[in-house]
Design a protein around this ligand. Sequence first.
Ligand SMILES: Cc1cc2nc3c(=O)[nH]c(=O)nc-3n(C[C@H](O)[C@H](O)[C@H](O)COP(=O)(O)O)c2cc1C
Length: 411
Amino acid sequence: MEDFFNRKVRSLSGGQRQKLNILLSILHKPKLVILDELSTGLEAKHYLPVGAVLSVEDGVEVAAGDILARIPRESTKTRDITGGLPRVADLVEARRPKDHAVIAEVDGRIEFGKDYKSKRRVLLHPTDGSEPIEYMLPKGKHVVINEGDFVKRGDMIIDGNPVLQDILKVMGVEALASYMVSEIQAVYRLQGVKIDDKHIEGHTKLAKAIQSYGSLAVIQLHHAGMRSPKEVINQQPVCPSNNEEFDTKALSLDEVKTLRDDFISASIRSQKAGYNGIEVHGAHGYILCQFLSTEINKREDEYGGSLENRSRILFEIIDGIREKCGTDFLIGIRLSPERFGMELQEIKTLSQQLIDKGNIDFLDISLWDCFKYPEDDNYKNKTLLEHITALDYKNVKLTVAGKLSSGKLFP
Ligand SMILES: Cc1cc2nc3c(=O)[nH]c(=O)nc-3n(C[C@H](O)[C@H](O)[C@H](O)COP(=O)(O)O)c2cc1C
């Protein structure tokens, strides 16, 4: 690095490209300076941390996109297999990563202040005009912003793994959930482990623990479809049909089949983990409920239109699970009898068909209030529960939930 000490920034001319000057000032602020040789007088500075490996020499021409220096990133340490599991533990325990990133708390403009001993002073002037926020950053770290830059809330000021508490404070709980999911998945992907299978180990413990109390362990399988928050899943939510209000993307016919197969493979995985059974979530406006709804499902293929078509995926899932998991495995389905675009009469018909088909063990009707009357005036002659209990259950069990607070039917 001695070679670069006290070099002067030279003015350069000629050609279309920009010229590079490498400058290490006596202030111990090593930086790369790119001069625009068209004499606009503009220059870009990149401050370098200790340990940076230069990829260019002084005076060479560079073009946009050229690599100037490589900075060994702290975060790259986690990108191998040995870094993987400790990284997951750090995330789950919300430990502060060593050499963590520093992120901007608000939108604002960056100014480099007067350094203090081994610290680099960076001021962030919030766009709302409030008091500047001061960051005292270790000089050895790679500052990824430049003097005068505008940064957005959550942008990195120092590279590295962000502190979970910072993400929560600055970006909110959904951003934190999204970050944790993508980081943990990245670790498993790197290890070549199928993420879904990775959960079997933990679920085996859970199922065993539930069973140790003499209880059956049944897991609910769920896909939220259009109700998946975009900020958490980092992509446009899917739905049986495009929906402008929820900004959703319609599933293609192939994707509908994948969705069906995913419910079936999740059941196989649940069985491997030792669960006694599964419950398919077809209620509360989640994706299978979206298929059942005439308000939401506008498909023109075999999965939209008549009740038979709208409920096709549900039957295919249930029948597929029964075929793959055998007769000893408990299969239940949860349905909403009303709201979420559901028609009470249709849900009664569908429930009876599911019972008659013989592949479910229990029907779970989500009443939200077991003592209420239907919302629809046409069915107010009896309570929702009375409507539901009037079905012919054969060997199927009925479960309900909603404002049950004692063992007595009429408290
Ligand atoms: C915070 C919260 C989370 C819930 N999560 C689920 C869920 O994951 N799956 C489900 O089928 N129902 C879920 N429910 C609905 C409950 O199963 C139940 O139907 C509802 O709370 C009404 O019953 P209660 O009066 O006994 O609370 C949830 C309810 C609440 C309040």
